[in-house]
Design a protein around this ligand. Structure first.
Ligand code: ADP
Ligand code: MG
Length: 413
């Protein structure tokens, strides 16, 4: 059986217009002889009646008192509603279809409510339905524990649901349909000259996604990579081929996509920088600070340790908690809210001297202050003020000429 997984995100299923575009892709796949397993997100964004954020607003999230188990039960409704509406509209078009919750579709997760891990997907029910139906619509983002409690799997979860389905069903492709033309060299909301990348490796997109390129969830990329199922990121609103994510570096004769120095620029907002000066013994300060953050479950990033003190960043959500902990320990932290992290990502960075120099030059030429920086063999990070974000991402995108054709990689076949 030829089988495809197609995932449609929240903006794609938000209204009848989006859903009819989505249904056109399902029809096309069906005409090409595929059975299609669709997975959908909740319909729309905050303000739309059945979106995840609207549902959460009903329980005063994040200040409400409801248990995370009940929160999951509520949040899962968004995708359940969406899958039923989608299946209904397919049936109206004469396409034999059925909708299933994550649990019915065989998603078994651990008990980590609101961010559960998928343990396995038992595909037998889906295969049974496909004997009589051409399309099964699965509610994304949700599963069930071994003892039957409803769980959700965290933000971006429908991408992960799609990848897990693709792996469990040995699909030919996992298609992630969204509101942009594919994976681009930067977020097109910030950079007008951002271009779709035709071919990218699992590693490259994983790095971009972990650094904030929210077009696809990194966990979805990892699942597809381990299952060796090719992934495509495509626009719901066009027939363009989008971006092919593959393990292959050599896509076509003479074109090695690993030759690209920089693949793209990603960004993340809502970061707080914390500086703590040493009073006496710097080693006590260092272990005090990082042990206390760890025991409060606050993850730290951008860590710089020196004899005079420590500097690090945290998610802005934990600013007050972190400040209180440090003051209780007798320190006087210097807190800077409203920071952003900009990441220059590329598999070729390691072997290419001068990348850091180019980043520093591009940012200082644009009058942007670098608050901190760090690097690995595939990524160079800078911390800047949030208000500098748009000029910073644009300056780096221009500096690495990411708007030029030559860096696009080969055309997908
Ligand atoms: P969906 O609802 O389909 O899951 P998301 O909003 O989660 O859609 O992801 C799509 C959005 O990701 C785009 O609208 C775009 O603004 C953003 N984005 C961020 N970085 C990138 C990138 N490198 N390439 C494409 N889109 C990006
Ligand atoms: Mg998404």
């Amino acid at each position: 059986m030829k089988l495809l997984v197609q995932k449609f995100g929240g903006t794609s299923v938000r209204d009848a217009e989006g859903r009819s575009r989505a249904i056109a892709h399902v029809k096309k796949a069906r005409q090409e002889g595929y059975k299609v397993v669709v997975t959908v997100s909740a319909m729309g964004r905050l303000g739309d009646p059945y979106s995840t954020d609207t549902l959460l607003s009903l329980i005063d999230y994040p200040n409400g008192t409801i248990s995370s188990k009940e929160q999951d039960l509520l949040m899962s409704c968004g995708e359940t509603i969406s899958s039923i509406v989608f299946s209904h509209e397919l049936s109206k078009e004469g396409i034999p279809s059925v909708s299933l919750t994550g649990a019915q579709a065989g998603f078994v997760t651990n008990k980590d409510f609101t961010k559960a891990k998928i343990l396995r997907v038992n595909p037998s029910r889906i295969f049974k339905e496909l004997k009589t139906k051409d399309v099964v619509v699965v509610a994304g983002f949700q599963g069930q524990t071994e003892d039957g409690e409803t769980t959700t799997i965290g933000r971006g979860g429908s991408d992960t649901s799609a990848a897990a389905l693709g792996a469990a069903l040995s699909a030919e492709f996992i298609d992630i349909f969204t509101d942009v033309d594919g994976i681009m060299t930067a977020d097109p909301r910030l950079v007008q000259s951002a271009r779709p990348i035709n071919t990218i490796t699992y590693n490259e997109i994983c790095n971009l996604a972990y650094q904030g390129a929210k077009v696809i969830h990194p966990r979805a990329v990892e699942i597809a990579m381990y299952a060796k199922v090719p992934l495509r990121v495509r626009s719901t609103y066009s027939d363009l081929p989008g971006t092919l994510v593959t393990g292959l570096r050599q896509v076509k004769e003479g074109q090695d996509i690993s030759d690209r120095t920089v693949t793209g620029i990603a960004h993340m907002l809502g970061i707080t920088q914390i500086k703590v000066q040493s009073k006496d013994d710097p080693s006590i300060l260092q272990s005090d600070v990082f042990k206390s953050m760890a025991s409060a479950n606050i993850s730290v990033d951008f860590i710089n340790i020196s004899p005079s003190g420590v500097v690090y960043t945290i998610d802005k959500l934990y600013t007050q908690k972190a400040e209180r902990i440090l003051r209780d320990l007798g320190y006087e932290p210097e807190i800077r809210e409203g920071c952003a992290k900009v990441s220059t990502v590329g598999a070729g960075i390691a072997g290419y001297p001068g990348v850091t120099a180019k980043i520093v030059q591009a940012l200082t030429d644009s009058g942007i202050q670098i608050l901190q920086s760090a690097d690995s063999h595939t990524t160079i990070w800078v911390l800047i003020k949030e208000e500098d974000l748009v000029p910073a991402v644009n300056a780096l995108h221009d500096a690495f000429e990411l708007n030029k054709d030559a860096l696009k990689g080969e055309t997908m076949t």
